[in-house]
Design a protein around this ligand. Sequence first.
Ligand code: ADP
Ligand code: NI
Length: 212
Amino acid sequence: MDPINLTKEFVKKELENEGTGHDWWHIERVTKMAERLSEEEGANPFICTMAALLHDLADEKLNESEEAGLKRVNQWLDQVDVDSNQCKEILSIIQSISYKGGHGPELTSLEAKVVQDADRLDAIGAIGIARCFTYAGSKGNLIHHPGEEPREGMTKEEYSKRDGTAINHFYEKLFNLKDLMNTKTGYQMAEQRHLFMLNYLDQFYLEWEGEK
Ligand code: ADP
Ligand code: NI
């Protein structure tokens, strides 16, 4: 089997029982989107696909540390004979794309931009809303608390506690993503998904007050 199919099998097994929105289907959606964006933006499809497949395996939430996670990914890439330059590129993408409360590094490679956009598109729109509530539920956080204002300008540490309500997460992260998109195609899709979330919240607040 080629590295891509071997990696699909590997990641599927690893994330089978993941309950916080990083399950295999998230990976599959991000990989498909990364393939689409790479085609439209002229990025290297192999690098984008491999980075999308592996992007959440090194996550701090799934490993002892980010470093331990990256080492595991590195070992996997060696095992499937990805050459060392490509391996470096893939690892650098995985390391650089996560949100970190808006404190991630500036991206330089087109492939990193494509994979970050694909990952972020999965955090917004109808799917993004579903993932947001799933994540909040997995942490025991509330759907909404009218007395709790969304926080602005959180530090990386504050953001990483992930202790706000699901509705506040819309304001603390999801609504910021549209203007942070890197690619033109990604931005156009983000605009539509953004609008869908705004409409969703309009209805949510009306229902909250028993008005509609
Ligand atoms: P990814 O980089 O794959 O989007 P994250 O770890 O940032 O992963 O988040 C996984 C999913 O859970 C995303 O859809 C994200 O918006 C959502 N999420 C993260 N933190 C929170 C939170 N505090 N409350 C609700 N949803 C959250
Ligand atoms: Ni992800």
